[in-house]
Design a protein around this ligand. Structure first.
Ligand code: MGP
Length: 248
């Protein structure tokens, strides 16, 4: 996906000498701190786990994130055995990646009823935080779906004209330095109950993990507990459960 490329100006301002010039704020996309990659997993028993994983797209601007988000199916519309994985570019969404192999995940396990009530909202609120490392912006912007929003920097106060953007803006950047530890997020759509997780890079980084876990739980207003499990324990488990290293 093309990123940061200028597109046609939405409004133009006349100059005093009669020439008309475009305002750069109107046509330069808003960069994210990181480039992100969205992956899709679909179970096919005839293939290996790795071969079932496909890269969908990468993006590094708010606008391209939003275009992609609006284009794809919500998790609740996916079939059983499917996943979305949203990871920082360069980190594969698998235990074996160098940035994941010492890490683990904050795991939220949903009951079947929550597929209809909570899954899509939880997923949206999960994937927004790492994206909202916005650079300076003060302009009214239009989203691909025609709605508009205003983003302001400074003390980090940002407002939006849609509730979804308000949410997105409220949560932006709030993992603070612990955002460095975030590798990505995964949603698993499963018959037995869906799962959402935030993966982090080192299961020994207690402070960063607890910061992320507590903020994440508050942000989602989770009524249940969330547990953090190392990938090492998850990949070598023999039964149906993995022990929690941390919980909030
Ligand atoms: P899953 O898709 O994470 O959970 O792992 P699911 O389907 O709910 O199953 P459960 O075991 O948690 O109840 C399912 C299987 O996919 C794992 O047992 C592995 O065989 C494989 N798998 C999952 N992940 C995340 C990886 C990975 O990162 N690397 C490899 N090699 N296999 C994985």
């Amino acid at each position: 996906m093309a990123t940061s490329e200028p597109k046609a100006a939405e409004t133009e301002e006349p100059q005093t000498d009669g020439q008309v010039v475009a305002n750069p704020e109107q046509y330069i996309k808003h960069p994210l701190q990181n480039r992100w990659a969205l992956w899709y997993f679909k179970t096919d028993k005839s293939k290996s786990w790795t071969d079932n994983l496909r890269l969908i797209s990468k993006f590094d601007t708010v606008e391209d994130f939003w275009a992609l988000y609006n284009h794809i199916q919500q998790p609740s519309k996916l079939g059983y055995g499917c996943d979305y994985c949203l990871f920082k570019d360069g980190i594969k969404p698998m235990w074996e990646d160098d940035r994941n192999k010492l890490g683990g995940r904050w795991l939220i396990t949903l009951n079947k009823q929550q597929r209809h009530n909570d899954l899509d909202r939880y997923w949206m609120e999960t994937v927004m935080p790492p994206f909202l490392h916005l650079h300076k912006m003060t302009q009214q912007r239009k989203l691909p779906d025609g709605s508009s929003y205003v983003l302001k920097t400074g003390n980090g106060v940002k407002t939006g004209s849609r509730c979804v953007l308000q949410l997105l803006c409220l949560v932006g950047e709030s993992f603070d330095e612990a955002s460095e530890d975030v590798c990505g997020a995964v949603v698993n759509v499963r018959h037995k109950g869906d799962k959402i997780a935030i993966w982090t890079s080192n299961c020994q980084n207690r402070d960063a993990i607890m910061t992320i876990g507590q903020l994440y739980k508050d942000r989602l207003n989770l009524p249940m507990k969330a547990g953090y499990q190392s990938h090492d324990d998850t990949s070598s488990k023999s039964g149906s459960t993995t022990k929690n290293m941390y919980s909030v």
